[in-house]
Design a protein around this ligand. Structure first.
Ligand SMILES: C=C(OP(=O)(O)O)C(=O)O
Ligand SMILES: [Mg+2]
Length: 547
C-alpha cells in the first residue's frame, strides 16, 4: 500500500462486505435554502447573472451526456434542457427585477413554482419535480462558485465519501468506477447500505468524522466497518466479487436447502429477480409513493400485475401496504404523531379502515389471476396473534389461501407459538425488529450500531421464532437487510431460518457463501454469535467459526 496513513481511522458499521482502496471523491452536501436578502445594489446586473450560469450548467450536463450511454445519456440530456428552460429563467429574472431578490433566491423560488406546477400535473410530469430542483441547485452552485451537489463525474475508480446518499444521487452510479462507499450518517438499512449491497461493493456507514478528515485516499473494510484514511495517493484496488461461483440453488455445502428469494418494489426489480427462487417481499407501497388519493381496485390490480408479470409460476409474497414512519404515503397520512414509528403504521392503518385493506387484497388476488404468479400475502407491523388472525381471515375471504405476517415487533417475536398457529408462514423484518428491540430509530445514523443486525439480542429473538417454526413445521424466513450479508446469512441458516429474501444483486454473494459451509458449521457460527457480548464480537466469532 502506498500513501501514508493519517492518524484518523474512523470506524462505523460495515454494511456491505469486502475490502477496497482508492482515491477519495467527496459527494457535495445539498445546498442550504438561499437567503431572501440582502437586496442586490443593481437588480438588472444581478438578473443578468442568471442566464450565463444556467447555460454553464447546461453545457456541463451536455458534456456528461456525450460521454454517457443509454438511459443515463437521455437523463442527462433532458436535465440539460431543463437548466435553460425559458419559463424557469424568465420567472427568476423577473423576481430579481421586480422584488429585488438575490439571484440564487430567485432561481430557488422559480424552481419551486415550476415544481408545484409539475406536481399538480401528476403522473410522468410529477416525476420531474426532483429534476427541476436538482437543476436549480446546480444553477445556484454555479452562481455561488461552489461545487454542485450530488456525486461528481467520476474520472476513474474512486471511493465515494458522503454525508449520506439519496436515491437521486445514485441513479447513474457506475459500479465499475465506485470502489467503495463511506457515509458519515445513515444506518444498516439506509439507502446507501441497500445500494452498496446491490452493487456488490464494500460500504461503511455511520463513520463519524470521515467528512471533516482530509484524505486523498482510503482503504475501506466493509466487513469490520473500518475506514483507513491516507494523506497521499492510493492505487485503486477493487474488492474481489464472489459472484461467479453460485449456480442458482440455495443450499449449504452438504445439501441443506435454504430458499433464496428477492425483495422487489417495481417491474424492473421483478425482472432482476430472475435468478431467485421467487420473491420473498414485494413492497406494494413502492407502487404508490406519489399517489395523493387511494388508487382504486382497477388501478392497484394493474400496478401489481405489471410487477407480477415477469414472475409467472414463481412464488411471490406480496406485502400489503406498509405506510407510515419511514415510508409515508400521502393518501394514508395518519396526521401528526409524536412518534410516527410507534404510531398508526403498517397493518394498523387498516384497523379503522378495513375496507381499504379489503380493496387491496381484492386487487392482489385479481393480479395473481391475471399473471399466473403463485401469490401469498403478508401483513407488515403486526404485534399480536389476534391481529395476525384478523388479517388471515380477511385475506382468505379475498381468495388468497397462503397467508403470513411479518415479525417486526418484539411482541410478535415473543408471541411465537400463538402467532405461528394462525398463519402459514412468517417473515422476519430485521430492519424494524432491530429498531423496536433496541428502541433505536433506524433512520438515525448515530444509533446505527444498535441497528446492526449482528446484535446478539436480535439473533436471540430470531432463534426463538425459528425454533417455534421448526417444532410446527411452519416456515420462518428473513426478509430484512440482514439476509443480504453473506456471513450473517450463514448464521441465520444455522439458527433454522428456512428462506432468505434480499435485493436481487445480493443473491450471488449469499448463494456462493452458503454453498461453502456445511449446516453444522452454520449452526456452530450461530451458537458463537448468540452468546457474544455485542455485534462486533458476534461478527468476529461467527467468522472465526466459519473460517
Ligand atoms: C423488510 C422490512 O421491511 P421494510 O424495510 O420495508 O420496513 C424490515 O423491516 O426488515
Ligand atoms: Mg419493516
Amino acid at each position: 500500500m502506498t500513501g501514508s496513513s493519517t492518524p484518523a481511522v474512523p470506524s462505523g458499521v460495515g454494511v456491505s462486505p469486502g475490502r477496497a482502496s482508492g482515491p477519495v471523491v467527496r459527494v457535495a452536501d445539498p445546498l442550504p435554502e438561499p437567503a431572501r436578502g440582502p437586496a442586490p445594489a443593481d437588480p438588472a446586473a444581478e438578473a443578468a447573472r442568471i442566464r450565463p450560469a444556467a447555460e454553464a450548467v447546461a453545457r456541463q450536463l451536455r458534456t456528461r451526456a456525450a460521454a454517457a450511454a443509454g438511459e443515463a445519456r437521455s437523463v442527462l440530456e433532458t436535465t440539460a434542457a431543463m437548466a435553460v428552460d425559458p419559463t424557469l429563467l424568465a420567472q427568476a429574472e423577473k423576481s430579481v427585477a421586480e422584488r429585488s431578490l438575490p439571484a440564487a433566491r430567485a432561481v430557488h423560488e422559480a424552481a419551486e413554482q415550476v415544481a408545484e406546477m409539475l406536481a399538480a400535473a401528476g403522473d410522468y410530469l410529477a416525476e420531474r419535480v426532483r429534476d427541476v430542483r436538482d437543476v436549480a441547485d446546480r444553477i445556484r452552485a454555479e452562481l455561488g462558485g461552489v461545487a454542485p451537489p450530488g456525486v461528481p463525474v467520476l474520472t476513474g475508480p474512486s471511493v465515494l465519501v458522503a454525508r449520506d446518499l439519496a436515491p437521486a444521487d445514485t441513479a447513474d452510479l457506475d459500479p465499475e468506477l465506485v470502489l467503495a462507499l463511506v457515509t458519515e450518517e445513515g444506518g444498516p438499512t439506509s439507502h446507501t447500505a441497500i445500494l452498496a449491497r446491490a452493487l456488490g461493493i464494500p460500504a461503511v456507514v455511520a463513520a463519524r468524522g470521515v467528512l471533516v478528515a482530509t484524505a486523498a485516499g482510503a482503504t475501506v473494510d466493509g466487513d469490520g466497518g473500518v475506514v483507513e484514511l491516507h494523506a497521499g495517493p492510493v492505487p485503486a484496488v477493487a474488492a474481489p466479487r464472489s459472484r461467479g461461483d453460485w449456480h442458482g440453488s440455495g443450499t449449504t455445502a452438504d445439501g441443506h436447502p435454504v430458499t433464496l428469494l428477492a425483495n422487489i418494489g417495481s417491474p424492473a426489480d421483478a425482472r432482476a429477480a430472475g435468478a431467485a427462487d421467487g420473491v420473498g417481499l414485494f413492497r406494494t407501497e413502492f407502487c404508490f409513493l406519489a399517489a395523493t388519493a387511494e388508487p382504486g381496485v382497477a388501478a392497484q390490480r394493474a400496478a401489481y400485475a405489471e410487477v407480477l408479470a415477469p414472475l409467472r409460476g414463481k412464488p411471490v409474497v406480496v406485502r400489503t401496504l406498509d405506510a407510515g414512519a419511514d415510508k409515508p404515503l400521502p393518501f394514508l397520512d395518519s396526521g401528526a404523531e409524536p412518534n410516527p414509528a410507534l404510531g398508526v403504521r403498517g397493518l394498523r392503518v387498516a384497523f379503522d379502515r378495513p375496507d381499504l385493506l379489503r380493496r387491496q387484497l381484492d386487487a392482489i388476488a385479481a393480479a395473481a389471476g391475471d399473471t399466473g404468479a403463485d401469490v401469498s400475502v403478508m401483513a407488515p407491523m403486526v404485534a399480536t396473534a389476534e391481529e395476525a388472525a384478523w388479517f388471515a381471515d380477511l385475506a382468505r375471504e379475498a381468495g388468497l389461501d397462503r397467508v403470513g405476517v411479518m415479525v417486526e415487533t418484539p411482541a410478535a417475536a415473543l408471541g411465537g407459538a400463538a402467532l405461528l398457529d394462525v398463519v402459514d408462514f412468517v417473515s422476519i423484518g430485521t430492519n424494524d425488529l432491530a429498531q423496536y428491540t433496541f428502541a433505536a430509530d433506524r433512520m438515525t445514523g448515530a444509533l446505527a450500531g444498535l441497528n446492526d443486525p449482528w446484535q446478539p439480542a436480535l439473533l436471540r429473538l430470531i432463534a426463538m421464532l425459528a425454533d417455534a417454526g421448526r417444532e410446527r413445521g411452519t416456515p420462518v424466513g428473513v426478509c430484512g437487510e440482514a439476509a443480504a450479508d453473506p456471513a450473517l446469512a450463514a448464521v441465520l441458516t444455522g439458527l433454522g431460518i428456512t428462506s432468505l429474501s434480499m435485493t436481487a444483486a445480493a443473491l450471488p454473494a449469499v448463494g456462493a457463501r452458503l454453498a461453502r459451509h456445511a449446516l453444522a458449521d452454520c449452526e456452530q457460527a450461530a451458537r458463537a454469535a448468540l452468546t457474544a457480548a455485542g455485534a462486533d464480537a458476534a461478527r468476529t466469532r461467527a467468522r472465526d467459526a466459519l473460517a
